[in-house]
Design a protein around this ligand. Sequence first.
Ligand code: GUE
Length: 285
Amino acid sequence: MEQGQLIDGKAIAEQVKRELKEEVEEWTGKSGKRPGLAVILVGNDPASESYVRGKVRDCEQVGIHSELIRKPETIGEEELLSEIRRLNEDEGTQGILVQLPLPDHLNPERVISEIRPEKDVDGFHPLNAGRLVTGLDSLLPCTPHGILEMLKRSRISVSGKHAVVVGRSNIVGKPVSLLLQRENATVTMCHSRTADLAFHTRQADILVAAVGRLHTITRDHVKPGVVVIDVGMNRTPEGKLAGDVDFESVRPVASHITPVPGGVGPMTRAMLLYNTIQAAKNRSS
Ligand SMILES: Nc1nc(=O)c2c([nH]1)NC[C@@H]1CN(c3ccc(C(=O)N[C@@H](CCC(=O)O)C(=O)O)cc3)C=[N+]21
C-alpha cells in the first residue's frame, strides 16, 4: 500500500543540534562563556523528572551549561518567585525554564510572569506572547517553532496552504496558528467545542493535531494528500506513547506524517536549545 512519507523529527532535531553546537562554540569563543540554562523542577513527578533529565542531556550535547534546581513539592509561591528573581539577576544564566505542570497551590501565570522576558526560553511570558501576536521579534514557544522548522527542513511549503489547527492552548494551538499565518497560510482554529470537526479538518492541506486526546483524528477527518503534524503525547491502554492521530488509518492517505514518538517531541527539545543560544546572543549584543 502507498504510505505517507514519515517526517523524522528525531533525525531533523539531531541535524539542528549539530548546527547549534557550532553556534555555541562560536559564541563561547567570542565571549569566553558558555550559554547557561537553569531548569527549575518543583516536586518529583516521574514524567517531569524524565523530561528534565532529557533537557539536561540535550544541553551537554551542544555545550550549553545547565543547572537543575530542585525544589520541594511544598515550596511556597514567594520562595519560588524569589528564586526566579535571583536567576533573573544571575549573569551566568541566560535561560530560565520552570517545568510545568506546577503543584496546585502555585499559580503558573504568576510564576512565569516573574521570569525576565529576555530569559524566558519557553516563550510563555505574556510579553513574548504579545510580541508574537504583534509580529515583533520574540523568543518563540518551542513546540510551535519546532513544527515550523520541521516543515521547512522537509521542504513542505506553507504559503497559500490551508492549515487547520486542532487545539487552542497557549503553549501550542494559539502560537502555532500565528506562526503558520505569519508564513502566509490560511488558518482555521478548531478546538474541543468545534461542531463537526471532521468537516473542518477535511479542508486541511496541513493539519496540526494538538488536543491531547488519543486518536482524535482518524481516516474520516482528512483529505488525501494532507500533511499531518501530531503534537499529542498520550498513553494507550497498553501503556505505550501515542499521539492524537490514529496513525495506522491516516498514514495511507497522507502525503507526510509525523510519528509519536520521534516527531514533534525531539524538535521541541531542540528549539529550547535554540532559544537558550538566542537569549545568550541577545544579552551580549
Ligand atoms: N516549562 C515547560 N516547558 C516544556 O517544554 C514542557 C514542560 N514545561 N512540561 C512538560 C512538557 C512536555 N514536553 C516534552 C517535550 C519533548 C518530549 C519528547 O521528546 N518526547 C519523545 C519521547 C519521550 C518518551 O519516550 O517519553 C518523543 O516524542 O519522541 C516530550 C515532552 C515539554 N514540556
